[in-house]
Ligand binder design. Structure first.
Ligand SMILES: Cc1cc2nc3c(=O)[nH]c(=O)nc-3n(C[C@H](O)[C@H](O)[C@H](O)COP(=O)(O)OP(=O)(O)OC[C@H]3O[C@@H](n4cnc5c(N)ncnc54)[C@H](O)[C@@H]3O)c2cc1C
Length: 367
């Protein structure tokens, strides 16, 4: 039986429809419901998908999860760490990237956690605050009536929310229908492989391995006995560095894994039209370097929560959201893309540590 949408219940609170239940959509749903809106989340998937991937909860992400009221739940299931070691292929430490504490002192500086755990915590938070999550509910069309978005569902229903948040990722035809912005993701390098593996002794730090032959890996503990690994052989191919062998010995053909192309996409024009605004990867799809993809998605939710809490009318909110998020996310995007390109094709002029420190300074203050 179809669960009725919140639009069908009456009330003074604005009705917010979130299209897409990825991390961005779910975080925005939890934020909007927490700020008093009636929220429906619509996703075409049958339910949450448990990918064998991880989220690197970098300091600014942890701070923003505190603002959303879900950091304690994340700490319970994740694995705290301090600093990111950058090793060469032989295992020699080249330098360490700092993880300054941005959350209150009762929290760690950073942590690793399974992607599915964060998604499940966000679903629970959204539902506990009254949001309804509708799985198997694809939005097929997007039209306009008197400047307001009209969502056409696959089952024939039409919804006219007070505010629509498009959280479908960058490749969605809905984004094109909304903003005439064609998806044009840039491919920055070969695919990355993600998996969860048993944690060998000693792997209790976040570790970035940069091999001179182009092999790259990021390893982060996500639980007492598990690490998340993301690795790429780089354009040149070749054997993986020796330092990763204790881990790679555990990556057998039966280990569940996900391949992800190294894509980057930034919606350069305004992210909004009428009462619709793009959030998450629909607006800014970042490469995974420096752990900012999920962080920027959650930053969108924090700004949304702030604007709704201020009592901003849904008609005014998209433009204000764009003003708060666009330029800042663009700066983060440029730095992260520079890091991604320099790792794919190392050049003597790019100082990775300096890039990381510039990024840390940029995100040290909330959006
Ligand atoms: C393999 C992998 C590994 C990752 N690792 C990291 C990491 O280590 N650190 C990090 O910070 N980030 C990581 N990310 C990125 C992070 O998951 C995303 O940045 C974050 O989820 C925000 O994405 P999103 O919610 O905007 O889009 P998505 O996660 O792509 O979600 C979009 C949702 O929209 C739904 N949808 C699309 N079209 C429609 C429609 N027409 N109707 C209804 N529903 C629709 C889809 O079903 C999907 O659920 C990873 C992502 C992947 C895929």
């Amino acid at each position: 039986m179809l669960t009725p949408l919140s639009a069908m219940t009456s009330g003074p609170a604005p009705h917010v429809c979130v299209v897409g239940a990825g991390l961005a959509g779910l975080a925005c749903a939890a934020a909007a419901a927490g700020a008093g809106a009636r929220v429906d989340v619509l996703d075409e998937r049958a339910t949450l998908t448990a990918h064998p991937t991880h989220v690197n909860v970098v300091p600014n992400l942890l701070r923003d999860l505190v603002t959303l009221g879900i950091a304690a739940d994340c700490v319970k299931v994740g694995f705290p760490y301090r600093g990111i070691q950058v090793l060469d292929g032989t295992g020699r430490c080249r330098f360490e990237l700092p993880t300054p504490r941005l959350a209150p002192s009762s929290y760690p500086e950073a942590l690793g956690m399974a992607h599915g755990e964060l998604a499940a915590i966000l679903v629970r938070a959204a539902q506990d605050r009254g949001a309804r999550v509708h799985w198997q509910t694809a939005v097929e069309t997007l039209g306009w009536r008197k400047g307001k978005a009209v969502l056409g569902l696959r089952d024939g229903r039409q919804v006219e929310p007070d505010l629509t948040l498009l959280a479908t990722g960058p490749q969605s035809p809905l984004r094109e229908a909304a903003l005439q912005a064609s998806p044009a993701p840039a491919c920055l390098g070969p695919e990355w492989t993600y998996a969860h593996l048993p944690r060998p002794r000693g792997f209790d730090h976040a570790t970035l391995v940069l091999d001179s032959a182009g092999q790259r890996a990021f390893v982060v503990p996500i639980g007492p006995s598990t690490v998340g690994i993301a690795l790429t052989r780089g354009s040149a191919g070749g054997p993986m560095p020796a330092v990763l062998q204790p881990l790679l010995a555990r990556l057998d053909p039966c280990t569940p894994r996900v391949e992800r192309p190294l894509l980057a996409d930034f919606l350069r024009g305004p992210w909004h039209r009428g009462n619709l605004v793009c959030v998450g990867e629909c607006a800014h799809a970042l490469p995974p370097h420096f752990g900012q993809s999920a962080a920027q998605a959650v930053e969108d939710a924090v700004v949304l929560q702030d604007l709704l809490t201020q009592g901003l009318a849904p008609a005014e909110l998209p433009e204000r959201f764009n003003q708060r998020r666009h330029a800042r996310a663009r700066q983060v995007f440029e730095l992260v893309c520079q890091a991604a390109r320099s790792q794919e094709a190392p050049d003597a002029t790019t100082d990775l540590r300096e890039l990381f420190l510039r990024l840390s300074r940029l995100v040290a203050e909330p959006a």
